[in-house]
Design a protein around this ligand. Sequence first.
Ligand code: BTN
Length: 249
Amino acid sequence: LAVEYGCEAPFEVEYHDSIPSTNDRARELAADGATDVVVLADEQTGGRGRLDRAWSSPSGGVWLSVVCRPALAPSRVSLLTIAAGAAACGAVREAGVDARIKWPNDLLVLDPDAERGGRKLAGILTEMEGEAERVSWVISGLGLNANVAGDALPADATSLLVERGGDPVDRRVLVQRVLERFDDLRDDPDAARAAWREHAATLGRRVRVTLPSETIVGEAVDVTDTGALVVDTGAERRIVHAGDCEHLR
Ligand code: BTN
């Protein structure tokens, strides 16, 4: 993957054959003042997902973390999650796989027979550090099951390799497309939101969003320019900034 990767993308890339977690390495670089750097690995031995879950990251995937320093208040950082999700989904669809975004950050290949209505192709873990006014750094970590064989995938997951009937994707091109799209969207909330809407599976769906203190059920009608989900419960419109979202049938 390292040798395959070109230099045209707008980020400096630090490549590892194997590393515990690209997000952890990106945190070290961010602490040293780096920006617009990408940590990319073929394999992670301690990949992390949202909600302290482990993230399976065998060789053949695209495991990457982008360090940036946007002029954003912490409350607007989910914009970068939206931008990263839309960028990854656009690149995946260009590779011929019809993935959709489940709010806020999952790329799914929809399948009504799958337990949760789709199989997970990718996820995003956004981490940040900063003050009330402005973040110091943001790390967008993307885990994309690219050339991962079916027997190496977790339950309910899929990969580009599986979806393309065994035809491996060119990861160099894929990574470059993701990064170019992310670079176009990261400073442009309107474009990020429009791209996200274009690829969304969640909008127009009945959803259940689980928050620490309550559960909201209703129709997902929009996403705000800070990446929050707008849910119409019938009685009111709720704006949900973070939470676990399930598509209901
Ligand atoms: C999720 O829970 O859906 C988010 C998964 C994010 C995984 C990626 S892989 C690259 C980066 N490094 C990590 O340890 N996690 C993220």
